[in-house]
Design a protein around this ligand. Sequence first.
Ligand code: NAD
Ligand code: ZN
Length: 261
Amino acid sequence: MTFPVDNPEASDAASDQIVRALAGASSLTVLTGAGVSAASGVPTFRGEEGLWRSHRPERLATPEAFSENPRLVWEWYQWRKERIAACKPNRAHEVIAEWSHRYPAFTLITQNVDGLHERAGTRNVVRFHGSIWEVSCWNGCRSSPARWPDHTVTYAELPPKCPHCGGLVRPGVVWFGEGIASETLELAARALANDVFLTIGTSSVVYPAASLSSAAKARGAFTGEINLEATPVSAQLDASVHGAAEVVLDELSSRCDDSGR
Ligand code: NAD
Ligand code: ZN
């Protein structure tokens, strides 16, 4: 069920459907996007705050941009790391973390690279697009691991250097135009078999993540969406609630508690 933003009754009906589905489920998969972290103060890419020094994220988060100007791309990542380091998980992260401990089978697939789900204590997180708190060697030098943790917020020197070969390091995130690791795709594919699949705070325009909700529906899962507005997948899903993730998830959580879940 999908409905226009100005139709609160339909929104309530969609929420009811999600509560019923959650109450009857023993396994749950949640897919999240930047909207889940918006209330924590992390800018989304497509929101008004997405621009940085008049650059579009889609032009900076690419291998081409990095080869052309690694310093510029790293300045942007350093700005994002500084911003994220000052943010805390919000109610949406907390509810998802609670569910991760409540359902015997649970997977969170997140497109977010900020680490806020992990900080909220969520178990079984599949980081679909990597982490801003990891780096890898740009040259893929033999002596370096595939990627390693890097919690530096403000670097002494930009761009940072690979400790193994002295070349450049790159942020440990998946850029536009890059593929998703096969192990990550496999973990996500396995999670499509769960009873309920909720897609929360994602514009559903970045593939292959955007195809996961329809794939879960095709596998027989109940599929629900929570977003401020309709997305390209809304009409294909079972229930679509228009609202802020941190508000809607808090409501769903209390209603699920009342129903004994
Ligand atoms: P997006 O910026 O394309 O879309 C954000 C979506 O969230 C929009 O549909 C918007 O309507 C919705 N939204 C905004 N505030 C909301 C709220 N309070 N509650 C519910 N929904 C809300 O983000 P995306 O779909 O995640 O795709 C962008 C890509 O950029 C991702 O692949 C991700 O890797 C990356 N990214 C990550 C972060 C992060 O780690 N926090 C932030 C920006 C972008
Ligand atoms: Zn190296």
